[in-house]
Design a protein around this ligand. Sequence first.
Ligand code: ADP
Ligand code: MG
Length: 330
Amino acid sequence: MSLLDVRGLTVTYAGGAAAVRGVDLRLEAGRTLGLAGESGCGKSTLALALLRLLPAGTRITGEVLLDGEDVLTMRWGRLRAVRWAGVSLVFQGAMHSLNPVRRVGDQIAEPILLHHGATPAGARRRTGELLEQVGLPAARADAHPHELSGGQRQRVMIAMALACEPRLIVADEPTTALDVMVQAQILRLIERLVAERDLGLIMISHDLAVLAATCDRLAVMYAGRVVEEGPARQVYEDARHPYARALSAAFPRIGDPASRFAPRGLAGDPPDPAALPSGCAFHPRCPVVLESCATRDQELRAAGAGRRAACVRVTGPAAEPFEEARPGTP
Ligand code: ADP
Ligand code: MG
């Protein structure tokens, strides 16, 4: 059984637009999955749906099986237990999720006291251990959030996420607000903690290069759907779906100094969920579009060993090599 098995997940906000459309994803314990895609493609919506943390009035259909148990049909009490001890979220901008007037140690200790029945002394000890595991001195427990740097605050958020020993961590752009050096340190930290504890990790970013360096597998989303999924390095270096290709071309190659100065982008903007193009939602921007793409959408299908893609060029009847038309090739 997979740690997480998402089936046909569709999320429709009140007002009518589907921000996530029929997503299937799996994650095994001890593995890491990167979720990439331009801003607005539904990454955060998907993350929040995993814990039913969406605003009232949002419609969620499909299944979110956590160790085989469907989060979407759980009773409230069980859901609350899962939110505390099953899955932890680490968000962008830790500054805003920490309470500014409370010591960070007390904030880390709170769930340990509430949900693990620890004594105050036991919770304090555990808080010190957690701080040390995320690379902060135990004495920083007495600091208030404003006394810490952005990177230190993000470390505190990670300590909080680990406090109840979750099975799965979902990190939504955990380092986007940090400078590059600190970003790399935080990513290394998350990687190490996940490996040591046999957790599952879903790491969300718009930056494919960061995900390729951190994750086992990568899923690329476009307009609420997963359009490609497979081993991270393969998706990054040799994507099948034209959108995934364009996205990976938009970021500098690791170890390729030339590409740093010539990132190849993609023209146009991602569509508004309220006004999706017909057929394949990517077709108006696609450099290798066919006439049928305007009327027929594609399912995610096998595209080589352990890989899936949703493109008529890759898995459909019109599959053909499109190397010549690779987006951005000079
Ligand atoms: P990402 O995290 O990939 O940038 P989001 O999941 O935040 O994307 O957003 C996906 C789409 O859902 C966007 O079009 C966004 O405007 C819309 N959206 C996000 N949150 C809400 C909300 N609370 N109510 C209505 N629409 C929303
Ligand atoms: Mg987001």
